[in-house]
Write a protein that binds this ligand. Structure first.
Ligand code: NAD
Length: 296
């Protein structure tokens, strides 16, 4: 394989170690640790797995954590009630509501109700606005994780062409802002492709890209013939595909044809073990940031 691996698993471990050292210091000064609350509505198995992973990460760094599991029948008003309770609780520093929510709940109504300084996912419109204008604030967790990975591997972005596939509120759109705004990483020329970008144009754009970031949710969307020699490829996609040989019956793959693209790219993120663990590390980092803010 030609490409070097952008090892999100190891980098996230480094970040968790750094956070744990800070938490140990807080405890040694007699202060309480940061506290993250995850609210999960319903019984989506993947969501349960994600929340369990987040709770494990909290335990590892010494955070307090609460896993608030509500039934799928929870109304929007009831969920808003829980969010408001945690908003007002001075012993809670970070709140996240695991997506997707049941169809009768409008996710934007929940996102905008979390007080911006406890918004562990960084989805609140105020935080997205601050990020857009390059003011300090909480960054959307997955895009922040991608930026951190690129930064720690010292991949240059200034003046580079970054092509992003996907324009979601939680990945594609915010990463396009972070990549194009001032700072390192940043200062890039950015192209966003989405569901209405004709396949041939997506290919043309990707072939011009120094860095390709894919957040679509379609296995095999990005093939080797779409990638320029020595490009950097960041695969955000997480897809379950059938794998009868596995005990679980499935395995996780990204949106990139990994084996073939890895023969052309200079760097590539694996799935799993790339962007996913970085997202969780950034959730912890955002919660620590909120804690520090409220403790002066
Ligand atoms: P989404 O599911 O909300 O939307 C998908 C996006 O892809 C849309 O903007 C759509 O316009 C675009 N799209 C659809 N078909 C396309 C095509 N043929 N070419 C180009 N763009 C196309 O997006 P999301 O919530 O950002 O999730 C995308 C993927 O990333 C999913 O697999 C999800 O599981 C994964 N994800 C991973 C992490 C992580 O931490 N690794 C975090 C969030 C999402």
């Amino acid at each position: 394989m030609k490409a070097k691996i952008l090892d999100g698993k190891k980098t996230a471990q480094d970040i968790r170690n750094e956070i744990k050292a800070e938490v140990d210091q807080l405890r040694s000064r007699g202060l309480r640790p940061p506290h993250l609350v995850a609210i999960l509505v319903g019984d989506n198995p993947a969501s349960h797995t994600y929340v369990r992973g987040k709770m494990r990460a909290c335990a590892e760094v010494g955070f307090d954590s609460t896993n608030k599991h509500l039934p799928a029948s929870t109304t929007e008003q009831e969920l808003l009630g829980w969010v408001k309770t945690y908003n007002e609780d001075p012993l809670v520093d970070g709140i996240l509501v695991q997506m997707p929510l049941p169809e009768h709940i409008v996710p934007q109504n929940i996102t905008k109700t979390i007080v911006p300084h406890k918004d562990a996912d960084g989805f609140h419109p105020l935080n997205v606005g601050l990020m857009t204008l390059n003011f300090p604030g909480i960054l959307s967790a997955t895009p922040a994780g991608i930026m951190e990975l690129i930064d720690r591997y010292e991949i240059p972005t200034k003046g580079k062409h970054v092509v992003i596939a996907g324009r979601s509120r939680i990945v594609g759109r915010p990463i396009s802002i972070l990549m194009s705004r001032g700072g390192q990483p940043g200062e890039a020329t950015v192209t966003i492709c989405h569901r209405y970008t004709p396949p041939e144009l997506l290919k043309q754009m990707c072939l011009q890209a120094d860095i390709v970031i894919v957040a679509v949710g379609k296995p095999g969307l990005i093939t080797a013939d779409m990638i320029k020699e020595d490009a950097v490829v960041i695969d955000v996609g997480i897809n379950r595909i059938e794998a009868p040989e596995k005990k679980s019956g499935y395995r996780l793959v990204g949106d990139v044809d990994f084996d073939a693209v890895a023969e052309k790219a200079s760097y590539i993120t694996p799935v799993p073990g790339g962007v996913g663990p970085m997202t969780v590390a950034m959730l912890l980092s955002n919660t620590l940031h909120s804690y520090k803010r409220s403790h002066g």
